[in-house]
Design a protein around this ligand. Structure first.
Ligand SMILES: CC(C)(COP(=O)(O)OP(=O)(O)OC[C@H]1O[C@@H](n2cnc3c(N)ncnc32)[C@H](O)[C@@H]1OP(=O)(O)O)[C@@H](O)C(=O)NCCC(=O)NCCS
Length: 183
């Protein structure tokens, strides 16, 4: 569990289903289109799986009310082709309920998550992909001190155009190294 001034980051519980359905049924950016859920049954299935993930997948909980207002996760990846190499790179995903955006909660949660990854989990590099029209996610990366490393033009497709062809997104990559992290 990770605690900040206004938030607690903790593993998901099966009892979080109502709060999670509230934000996972909202309209999503294209990159999260596959995460959108429609029914309580779908959320319960997801939470059964998530409840077992205790290290890298957290509910963002408002201390004042106990409500789950979003989520943050990111799993260690290895960038070294050798077998048994250390998985020391993480690409986080963040999402907040729309009623709780614009209040600094995403920054507070992401800052605490980065501190946890760098200082407790031995992570060396954190990178984030964000689409070029997702300005709130870009601002969050910048507030966290991440460097803009590049723009990949028509890099990936998450959804289709009305005519059925792939809709390609321009993707910006941000990153920060542990030695650059000011904590
Ligand atoms: C990306 C996302 C998590 C960012 O959330 P957010 O609420 O905009 O980010 P922050 O918590 O950093 O809040 C920043 C805003 O709160 C304002 N704010 C208000 N009170 C504040 C406080 N006490 N402390 C800090 N900032 C505060 C800031 O001024 C800032 O406003 P600005 O964006 O107009 O400059 C959110 O937009 C989201 O969930 N989007 C949908 C999912 C998504 O796109 N995920 C990323 C895919 S790449």
């Amino acid at each position: 569990m990770v605690e900040t001034e206004r938030l607690i980051l903790r593993p998901f519980l099966e009892s979080d289903a109502e709060d999670v359905l509230e934000y996972l049924q909202m309209p999503m950016p294209n990159c999260f289109a596959c995460m959108q859920l429609k029914s309580m049954q779908e959320v319960k299935t997801l939470l059964k799986k998530r409840a077992a993930e205790t290290e890298y997948c957290f509910a963002i909980v408002l201390k004042a009310t106990g409500k789950v207002i979003g989520e943050i996760d990111g799993y260690p990846e290895s960038v070294n082709p050798e077998e048994n190499s250390v998985a020391d790179t993480v690409s986080p995903c963040w999402m907040l309920h729309k009623d709780y955006q614009g209040k600094g909660y995403a920054y507070e949660a992401a800052h605490a998550f980065f501190q946890y990854l760098f200082c407790e989990k031995g992570v060396r590099r954190i990178y984030a992909y964000t689409e070029d029209d997702n300005l709130s996610s870009q601002r969050l990366c910048e507030r966290l001190g991440m460097r803009r490393e590049g723009l990949f033009v028509e890099f990936v497709s998450f959804v289709k155009n009305p005519d059925g062809t792939p809709h390609y997104e321009n993707t910006i990559q941000y990153a920060i190294l542990k030695k650059e992290w000011r904590g």
